[in-house]
Design a protein around this ligand. Structure first.
Ligand code: NDP
Length: 471
């Protein structure tokens, strides 16, 4: 049993004022594996005060000093790769493929931020004016459970790149992962108060951050409903906000697509991070004349997928993070059938061979229309809806007929055609075929998928304010 008794304020691990405890579970076994003592509003205030004290010196750091800090953070995270992987496997249960991606990614975001700082013009001359890009003020980050270590690292990296201090409130469900990454980050030796991490509930610690007049910037990743609450609270003190929210990504399979290549990409995009991903491509749009062919190929490919614990190197899909999330996904699988969609693969209950753990059967619905709730709402589990279209214009219309606009996918063989379709899509990112992730490309959403962008120069500017000195 792991007992996490401390939070991280002003460069030190300290016992929180809050005394409430929260149980931690292994989602692959449903066993309780630990407890975390949660911070409260007073702890949030202490963390904000520490960050506020650290801000004036941080604000004056040169790009070279920030790059040095980012490199130290990169090295500190890389040095703890085994501990981070272990924490993530035990508390989150991600498959080996996601584990193998996540920890190098967490170290890599510091390297990417350092390169962005190196290339960025913090001062420039426009007409008769010097324009100086200054840090916006003390930042806060509120992060979810679906990639705890990655989100903590990427939001910290941007704060350091911009020259500000930060208070981070992670999901309490990820406390073991948070503890492991905080220990790694502590070893980087940042100046006191630049980084503060407070475990606690969203409605307690999160609210204290969003209401504080001493926080100038909120960077949030999580559900659209919580994003809306944060936006409202932030308005009172005119906080700058970056909101990275939900998605219902379309995957447009063009009629010239090569299915041998496309089917694996479709399933990777749909079931990424066990389906617990805002960028998952959960609506597959298929030309009507290829619908039967695509369906039978999908059925065969999905039946070969394995939902099993991290310890199984052949696992494709891990457990849902919690009993609540498992129930939520089950309820959508029931709903799809009630709405008249056809179960092509998967269904309710646990996968064969798994008698415990919050595992879901990878599920594909055919006969889906875009007005069904399974097409419109973010399920956050391995559930794919297949929708027919008759021509390219209809595919684009269906793809855009959603409140969301985070990440879309276009699959085909004609590059010009794919780019033409991509330009019509209302989405912050469009991925063509197997295009690899580009860590410095802007990331964020249109419409209800959020406000602002993360990563690279766009992400950096979301933590900066331009100051014009005329003359
Ligand atoms: P939430 O949006 O509720 O949680 C994300 C973070 O926000 C957590 O740290 C949470 O704290 C915090 N939070 C919650 N309420 C407030 C508040 N009023 N003020 C400030 N911070 C707050 O997501 P859930 O964990 O409840 O997941 C529900 C659904 O959201 C999922 O099923 C999925 O559809 C979507 N989701 C999307 C994510 C994405 O990457 N876009 C990530 C996670 C979820 P606490 O944990 O204490 O509530």
């Amino acid at each position: 049993m792991k007992a996490i008794e401390q939070i991280y304020i002003d460069g030190a691990f300290v016992t929180p004022h809050g005394a409430e405890r929260f149980d931690l579970f292994n989602p692959a076994t449903e066993e309780k594996i630990g407890e975390v003592r949660l911070g409260d509003a007073e702890d949030a205030r202490a963390a904000i005060a520490a960050a506020k004290r650290a801000f004036p010196a941080m604000r004056r750091t040169s790009p070279a000093e920030r790059i040095e800090m980012l490199h130290a953070l990169r090295d500190a995270v890389a040095a703890k790769a085994d501990a981070l992987t272990e924490a993530m496997a035990t508390e989150y249960g991600a498959p080996q493929s996601f584990l193998a991606f996540s920890v190098p990614y967490a170290a890599g975001v510091f390297e990417m931020a350092a390169r962005t700082v190196a290339d960025y013009a913090f001062t420039r001359r426009i007409g008769n004016t010097d324009v100086i890009m200054e840090p916006v003020g003390v930042a806060a980050a509120i992060t979810p459970w679906n990639s705890d270590i990655g989100f903590i690292c990427s939001k910290l990296a941007t704060a350091i790149a911009a020259g500000t201090s930060i208070v981070i409130k992670p999901s309490e469900m990820s406390a073991i992962q948070t503890q492991a990454v905080t220990e790694a980050l502590h070893a980087a030796g940042l100046p006191r108060g630049v980084l503060n991490i407070v475990n606690g509930y969203g409605h307690v610690v999160g609210t204290a951050l969003t209401q504080s007049p001493d926080i100038a910037k909120i960077s949030f990743t999580g559900s659209t409903a919580t994003g809306r609450t944060i936006l409202r609270a932030a308005a009172e003190t005119f906080k700058r906000v970056t909101l990275e929210l939900g998605g219902k990504g379309p995957q447009i399979l063009l009629d010239d697509a090569d299915l041998d290549q496309a089917i694996p990409h479709i399933l990777t995009s749909a079931f990424r991070n066990s389906g617990q991903a805002c960028i998952a491509g959960t609506r597959l749009l298929v030309p009507a004349h290829r619908y039967e062919e695509v369906s039978s190929r999908l059925a065969a490919a999905v039946s070969a997928l394995k939902a099993s614990p991290s310890s199984d190197p052949t696992s494709d899909i891990g457990p849902m993070v919690s009993a609540k999330q498992w129930e939520r996904v089950q309820s959508y699988i029931r709903l799809g059938q009630e709405e008249g969609a056809t179960l092509l693969a998967g269904g309710e209950g646990r996968p064969e061979g798994q008698d415990r753990g919050w595992f879901v059967r990878p599920t594909v619905f055919t006969g889906v229309t875009n007005d069904m709730r399974i097409s419109r709402e973010e399920i956050f589990g391995p559930v794919l809806s297949v929708i027919a279209y008759h021509d390219e214009a209809e595919a684009i219309a269906i793809a855009n007929d959603t409140d969301y606009g985070l990440q879309s996918y276009v699959l085909g063989t004609d590059g010009d055609r794919m780019r033409r379709v991509a330009r019509e899509l209302e989405a912050g990112r469009v991925v063509l075929n197997e295009a690899p992730m580009d860590p410095r490309a802007p990331f964020g959403g249109f419409k209800h998928s959020g406000i602002g962008r993360e990563f690279g120069a766009f992400g950096l500017e979301a933590f900066l304010e331009p100051k014009a000195i005329l003359g």
